[in-house]
Write a protein that binds this ligand. Structure first.
Ligand SMILES: NC(=O)c1ccc[n+]([C@@H]2O[C@H](COP(=O)([O-])OP(=O)(O)OC[C@H]3O[C@@H](n4cnc5c(N)ncnc54)[C@H](OP(=O)(O)O)[C@@H]3O)[C@@H](O)[C@H]2O)c1
Ligand SMILES: Cc1cn([C@H]2C[C@H](O)[C@@H](COP(=O)(O)OP(=O)(O)O[C@H]3O[C@@H](C)[C@H](O)[C@@H](O)[C@H]3O)O2)c(=O)[nH]c1=O
Length: 294
């Protein structure tokens, strides 16, 4: 049985739905069920699982700006909780997944290529340049440096075919003005498939950049939304990142390029990013229809 902490959330519910649709026995854990910060209580709640996925964490709503105001929850959920799950899974000898984020990087490597799993995070408290959210996600990975039998899967700006306030495509459609940026992205369906791949096929444990191959600019994504007939909106853009920071954001954002070669070599089902965007956009489901669709 696979136990999913935070299975009620945006990412967790996508994973739970996929596992259930593939006939896997899956159980959702919530903060209501036990004390996440007491290893004995969490261990009892995890019970007789044979695989654990930690999709619980604090992300802030509507976006990571909220983490600047809720630092305690953010630190506990993103940096302390992974350490408790590590302890419980080590005691029970369980393999498990921690959902991390590509937002612990900014930009590209000096040679213009994407960050690999060997590159230390450069958008973290250690660099003193990050949002509170990104800092806590980088700390969460540090806490797991010595974790056994653990997959640290880095998700990066999720998108999918279902219109949802957490979906990057929905965000681009709804924000009044857009920041011009270059990013690697993650098709949520393929991220969920990647979790299943880890649980079923048990590739080597460790950190994986679970992003679609390559990167895209904001302009490319909005042009594609038009090509697919999802919108005919005339998008407005910020003149600069400074203007974005002054008028629309409380915390600096990570925009970055990631290298997914390690994940591809380990058999993770990740397509090229433009192809993945086309798959999501070709099946676009507006919010009213998307509610309860998965
Ligand atoms: N969404 C993204 O863009 C994105 C991108 C990269 C990585 N991630 C990572 O993916 C994971 C899930 O994110 P999500 O977008 O699915 O978030 P979400 O929709 O807010 O769901 C997270 C779930 O975690 C539980 N939770 C909320 N606050 C918590 C706290 N302070 N401590 C412990 N548990 C808490 C809640 O479940 P219960 O109320 O049932 O306990 C919630 O449903 C997080 O680790 C996040 O950092 C997300
Ligand atoms: C607020 C805002 C953001 N943006 C841009 C900045 C970013 O490139 C992109 C996403 O920014 P936000 O929506 O603020 O999302 P965010 O920064 O909260 O998104 C992050 O959520 C975390 C939980 C994940 O770990 C990250 O991987 C990422 O998905 O949208 C605009 O273009 N206009 C806006 O008004």
């Amino acid at each position: 049985m696979i136990v999913v902490l935070g299975g009620s959330g945006y990412v967790g519910s996508s994973i739970v739905n996929l596992l259930a649709s593939r006939g896997k026995e899956v159980r959702v854990l919530s903060r209501k069920d036990c004390n996440y910060y007491d290893p004995a209580s969490l261990g009892d709640a995890i019970g007789n699982a044979d695989f654990v996925i930690n999709a619980a964490g604090y992300t802030g709503r509507p976006n990571v700006d909220a983490c600047e105001l809720h630092k305690h929850e953010c630190l506990m959920g993103n940096a302390v909780l992974p350490g408790v799950v590590k302890e419980v899974c080590a005691t029970k000898k369980l393999p498990w997944i921690q959902i991390s984020s590509g937002c612990i990087y900014t930009g590209t490597r000096d040679d213009g290529t994407g960050f690999t799993e060997l590159d230390p995070p450069n958008f973290s408290f250690r660099y003193n340049n990050c949002s509170f959210y990104s800092g806590t996600k980088a700390l969460g990975e540090e806490v797991l440096a010595d974790a056994e039998d653990c997959y640290i899967l880095r998700l990066r700006i999720p998108f999918e075919n279902l219109d949802n306030p957490r979906n990057y495509l929905t965000k681009l459609l709804r924000y009044q003005r857009l920041l011009r940026a270059t990013n690697s992205l993650t098709f949520l369906d393929e991220f969920a498939e990647s979790c299943l791949h880890c649980a079923e096929n048990r590739p080597e444990t460790g950190i994986y950049n679970v992003t679609n191959t390559g990167y895209v600019t904001t302009d490319e994504v909005v042009e594609r939304l038009k090509t697919h007939g999802i919108t005919d909106k005339e998008f407005q853009f910020f003149d600069s990142e400074e203007e974005f920071m002054q008028t629309a954001a409380k915390a600096a954002r990570s925009n970055c390029v990631m290298n997914n070669q390690k994940a591809i070599a380990a058999g993770f089902p990740l397509s090229e990013v433009h192809e993945a965007l086309d798959k999501a956009m070709a099946n676009w489901m507006p919010e009213a229809a998307a509610t309860g669709a998965k």
